[in-house]
Design a protein around this ligand. Sequence first.
Ligand code: CAO
Length: 468
Amino acid sequence: MSIKEILVPDIGSFKDVEVIEILVNVGDSVAADSSIMTVESDKAAMDIPAPFAGKVTELKIKVGDKVSAGSPMLMLDTSGEVAASSGAPVVKSFSPPPSHAGGSGAGGEGVSMPGHASNPPHPGPLPPAGEGVSVPPPTHPAPEVPAHIPPKHRPDPVAAHAEFAGGKPAHASPAVRRFARELGADLSRIKGSGPRSRILKEDVQEWIKTELAKPTGEAIGLGLTPAPVIDFAKFGEIDTQPLSRIKKLSGANLHRNWVTAPHVTQFDEADITDLEDFRKSMLDEAAKRGVKLTLLAFLMKAVVNALRTYPSFNASLAPDGENLVLKKYFHVGFACDTPDGLVVPVIRDVNKKDVMDIARELAEFSELARERKLKVDAMQGGCFTISSLGGIGGTAFTPIINCPEVAILGLSRADWKPVWNKAGKTFEPRLMLPLSLSYDHRVIDGADGARFTSHLRLMLSDVRRLLL
Ligand code: CAO
């Protein structure tokens, strides 16, 4: 058995500093240079390392004790251990001194490790001779500093606090800082549960656990406060039903699109009185061809006309965020309400089809969607989406962009309104269609947003223009 008493080493200007954390227990095996305890002054925390590998047989300190260089820390059984730290301990051994040791302590009891005792690399007060072991100065918070660099040139331990939580330094021991660093935990976001709100190892572990349990939105760094878990049954009767597969999928996509694309919604109104007259006049003829000629089919044509005029609406941001991919094709999706949730079938090459063909496809795709028979490729490749709630109601809404598209047009219920006539003499009843255009502000400026809806107004107010 070779039991050594380990003393607090030279810790520079730290005197009567508080032990805030003991990192070992009796019976623990410690490696040379591993942290034994953390002390803290007004300005900084510092880890005190073990000078040797060994087994802790007794602790001489407890949390809250005030220590200075030379204070006893613990008793270490170093039997069979050879690895000494790279520092300059002056050893008082309770077993016969190692054969290689030269005397430097009083009464032959003090042992200096070879090459160190006469020239300690970290000058400072040594323990009174014969009273114990002075271990190398703390390896933290300046572990990388070579021994030959004078203390005044070493980093100030306060620098170890250079992580800030809400403008205040995050309060954590170097061991905890190191632990957090290894796990990639951001100390400035962790609330400490230790004395004086110090961040403990357990706080870091808890924070990591919470971060990992968060949905992807938070995982990509949104830093949102988690929603509280509420027991609704406490307030009345409830019935819990599973979300449909479509709702779960579209919900996740809508959430991502909502938080990743900066949305702006431009509202406008189009006079569709003449368009509606024309549509009605064509209904019989369309019916003979087996087609239900809907307003949406005309809107598809008008949208393509506007996309041609404003190509940045018929585009997607490249994944690198540096380029805009402009599309030369015109595939337009439409939001379709089904019992299982929202799906978006895509009508291909709308620019090459007439209104009757588009109306026919709209009906076919809507039916397939509602019967859950829509194929996956019928929902791919869209350039722009129209979401029509006009058959249901409402005056305006803010549709969510179907990314990577950059804009979506919402249609609300058309209503008869008194509109001041062109001659400026009287009000006339006109059928006005509310338009709600949401666009990705990273790609489209506000002025273009307003130009796009103005263009649509023009197209829709004079159906002949759609032929041009
Ligand atoms: N204003 C007033 N009436 C309108 C209208 C409008 N903007 N759009 C349609 N209507 C009327 C039609 O004239 C029709 O009336 P009749 O039955 O008297 O002919 C009725 O509403 C139903 O219209 P429709 O059968 O022509 O269907 P549609 O073309 O309006 O819509 C579809 C088809 C698939 C878009 C629709 O069924 C649907 O699912 N809408 C919901 C879309 C949705 O949920 N969007 C929200 C997405 S969140 O971004």
